[in-house]
Structure formats: C-alpha cells, structure tokens
Design a protein around this ligand. Structure first.
Ligand code: AHR
Length: 493
C-alpha cells in the first residue's frame, strides 16, 4: 500500500485542546469500586481509599479531565447520598448496571481527591432525569461556595475547608434515552431551566455542557443549537463503535474475524462524518465556534467477556482497540477548531478501558499505550495535512488504509501519529514537511502478529510500544514503512 502525506507546519493555527485526551469514570461494574476505590482498609495499597497503582498509571498518561459519576448513573445520582461519614451513607440500587447495591463510599469528596491525585480537572455530570433544579443548585453551592452558607458549612464539616474549582459541569446525560426519554424540544427547555441554577459563585467559572446527540441524530443538535446555544459553552455527542449493526449481538472483543476487524474500523471512521455534520449545524448558529463539541463518550463496545455480569460491561482490549483509539484521537485532533473535549468510555474495567484490574493486579491495555503515545499532541497546534492513500478493501467495501494527524509544539518539533488499518500489508508513507528541515528523528510503534493480540494478567506485556526505525530521510521527505495493523508515532525535531 502507498500513501502520500503533505504536512504544513508553518501554517499551524488551531490549538489541540488537551481535553481531547479526557476520560470518563462511571459507577458501573468494576470501574469505580475495585477499579479506583478499594477503601482505606484494603490490603491493596491506596491513598485515602484510592488505588495507588491506578493513580500512578493514570498520571503517566496525563489525563487532563475526568467525567463522573455517569453516564446513565448520573441521572439517578443524588449527591447528598455520597457525602458525610462513610459508614452512615445510604445504600441505593444501581438500576442501570446490574441492580447492584451502590454503597456511596465514593462521592463528591472522593472524586475531587482522585482528580487531585491524578492531576485531572473535574467534570461533573448533574442529574436532570430524576433530580430537581434545587438539588443541582445545592450541589454547585456545596462544591464552589466560599461563604458561610449552610451547604458550605456542611462541606467544611465533611472535611473540606476551601471550595473546590469546578471547571466543567454537564446538565444531564443522554436525556434522549436513559436520562429521561425526552424529546429534543423538551430537553432544550429543561437545559435552559436547570442551567440557570448552575450558579457561578465569586471567581468560579463553570463551563456548562448541554446533553447532545446520540450518533447521527442531527435533529437533536439543530434543536439544541437553535433554542439554547446562547446559554451553553459546550454541546456533547455520544458515539460508540460496534463491529455489527446489532445492539443485541455486537460481536466479541477477542477471537474475531477479519470481517469484524474491517467493520469495526469502518464504524470508527464514521466519527469523521459525525463531526463534520454536527459541526456544520453548529456553524449555522455559532459561526465563530464559541460552543465546543464535547464527545464525552466514545470507544468500542463489544459483547461482554463470557462469564461476566452483563450489566458490568467488562470486555478485553486488543490491538484492534489500539486502532480504534488512534483513529478517534486523530479525528478529534483534525477537528480541533470545534472539538474541545473528548472522554473515552471508560477509564478502568468498563468498555474500552485503558486499565484492567483483578484484585491487586493491574494491566495496561493497548488503548492505554495509544494514550501514552499520543500525549505530546496535548496543547500543540494542529498541523494542516493533505493525505492521499490507497484503500484497504474487504469484499466490495473499502476504507482508507492510512489515518493520520500531526501537531507542532512551541520549539517547532512536529509530532505525527499514524494508523495503518490494513491487517496484512505494510503501508509506505512518503511525508513532506512543507519546508521544515528534518532534524532529529525518533519513533515508536504498537503492533503485533494477531489482530486480537492483548495483554492478560498472566502475560501483561504481550503488546506494548517498541522503538521504531523503519524510516528513511529522502532529501526533504521522510519515507516510513508502517507495519500492518499498527499505530506509529514519529517525532521530528
Ligand atoms: O458508558 C456506558 C453507558 O453508555 C453510559 O452510562 C451511557 O451514557 C451510554 O449509553
């Protein structure tokens, strides 16, 4: 396969918002409990109840922002159940996710502690579906008010003197579905109403995010923009990749055929269409692009791992997921003018998880490695690129074999991330740098022999990035031979 890539680093303008590398952690399955929270008395090493190994791993991928507590859970979450002495907290039913008991050991204080430990900005999603505007207003006051109100006193009594900074707040989640089965027109009014009570006390400056569309529901975006754009800072979008077009039988996370490799990657590339089309609607009402598109749930969703609780959404994570992550992150970078945040679903043990735990053990998945490899894009300026590539064909269908994005940092170092989607063939890429000299070069690659190569607790390093040297400088161009089914990161000083 052959590809031509022309980069124009001298014309880089749009900044890649670091928040594109955000995460999402819900009270779902073993994400919060076991995955993050083990409690202070656990034999698993922890800081105030939060697993040290998970904190350490998350710090290394420099998570900029973390969304919590849901997801569907958010619209049934009543924050007061999760504050105060832990042994007096309520026990409620997690109706969406396996009807397990939610012990509320991890609540507001624990979430802010986690954000502190991993160095991420907090993004809280509020309850519109079953909560009241007053409950939402109280939560904001409890978190951000510095004065002497009863709620601020309660916060102090619960151990936090100073208010926290709350940079991002979501007004409901999937209110077209699990968040209340609403029509766009009805939710637009509720957004305006609830959003009014997301007060900004003193210096606090909360970026308000309205619940956005599911996939290609363009009507939702149109209605929200028309009726509420002036009152929001961001509008969300949720899109999950599945190998099959059948929600009841999505396809397995491992042991899949090449057909499902192809359909999964094709479905992933659909993100590009979504961003263009939702973006075009947003442009109509907001030509200056003030309102950010917030892709606050994305990732691969497969059938659960056999033998696990269906409501826990636990799945393995393979080289295919590395491609899903790489392609999505490249697409978000390339739409940096509108996409201000994206949050992979979900951080630990749920869906396309960067981390998997089993009691005291922790493994890093191929998705984790992609986040680590892409970290340097955070905050850089997006390099405009032109790509011509051969297709990867399956039957009578075709998708581009190469997917890419590039950015440049303050020192002029160009950072290029490439995905070769073809599972059996190398892709030769000729990269032009638009007049920039090619200085020092370094690269890493993530690949393996099998499409479903993955790490296990028995073999935790089966797949991990390795140094990559298969490239040659040819006058002012760089020629790179990408291995089949790989994610490759090249740094050019
Ligand atoms: O991430 C799992 C679920 O997917 C979330 O709770 C919900 O918002 C979405 O449907």
């Amino acid at each position: 396969m052959k590809s031509e890539l022309m980069l124009q680093p001298h014309f880089a303008e749009d900044r890649i918002n670091e928040n594109i590398y955000g995460h999402f952690a819900e009270h779902l399955g073993r994400c919060i409990y076991e995955g993050i929270w083990v409690g202070e008395d656990s034999t698993i090493p922890n800081t105030g109840g939060i697993r040290n190994d998970v904190v350490q791993a998350l710090r290394e991928i420099e998570i900029p922002v973390l969304r919590w507590p849901g997801g569907c859970f958010a619209d049934e979450y009543h924050w007061k159940d999760g504050v105060g002495p832990r042994d007096e907290r309520k026990r409620t039913v997690n109706t969406h996710w396996g009807e397990v008991i939610e012990p509320h050991q991890f609540g507001t204080h624990e979430f802010f502690k986690l954000c502190d430990l991993i160095g991420a900005k907090p993004y809280i999603c509020g309850n519109v579906g079953s909560g009241t505007p007053r409950e939402m207003a109280d939560w904001i006051e409890y978190i951000t008010f510095s004065g002497d109100s009863s709620l601020a006193r309660q916060r102090r009594k619960n151990g936090r003197e100073e208010p926290w900074e709350l940079p991002y707040f979501g007004v409901g989640n999937e209110n077209w579905g699990c968040g209340g089965e609403m029509r766009a027109e009805y939710y637009a009014d509720l957004y305006r109403r609830y959003g009014t009570y997301v007060r900004q006390f003193g210096e606090s400056d909360i970026y308000k995010i309205a619940c956005g569309a599911s996939g290609d529901d363009y009507h939702w975006t149109q209605v929200l923009m028309e009726r509420a754009a002036a009152r929001m800072d961001g509008l969300s979008l949720h899109y999950y990749t599945t190998p099959r077009d059948d929600w009841e039988s999505k396809g397995a996370a491992t042991g899949f055929s090449e057909k499902e490799w192809f359909t999964t990657l094709k479905a992933t590339l659909f993100m590009e269409d979504l961003l263009k089309k939702h973006g075009t609607i947003m442009d109509r009402y907001d030509p200056k692009k003030r309102v950010g598109l917030i892709v606050d749930e994305w990732g691969a969703w497969y059938d659960v791992e056999p033998g696990t609780e269906p409501g826990f959404l636990y799945q393995q994570n393979t080289l295919r997921d590395a491609l899903v992550a790489g392609i999505n992150l490249n697409i978000f970078n390339n739409h940096a003018d509108r996409v201000e945040m994206a949050n992979i679903a979900q951080t630990v043990n749920v869906l396309q998880a960067p981390l998997l735990t089993r009691e005291e053990e922790l493994i890093l998945t191929p998705t984790y490695h992609v986040f680590k490899l892409f970290t340097k894009h955070q905050g850089n300026r997006l390099v405009p690129l032109q790509l011509r590539t051969d297709n990867y064909n399956w039957g009578d269908e075709a998708i581009p074999a190469l997917n890419a994005s590039a950015s440049v940092d303050e020192e002029g170092t160009v950072f290029l991330t490439l995905c070769n989607l073809a599972p059996e063939e190398e892709t030769e890429v000729n990269v032009g740098f638009g007049g920039k000299d090619i200085g020092e070069l370094s690269a890493e690659a993530l690949t393996a022999g099998e499409m479903d190569a993955h790490n296990t607790f028995e073999e935790p390093e089966r797949i991990k990035p390795v140094e990559f040297e298969n490239m040659k400088v040819m006058e002012s161009d760089l020629n790179i031979s990408l291995p089949p089914k790989s994610v490759v990161v090249v740094e050019v000083a």
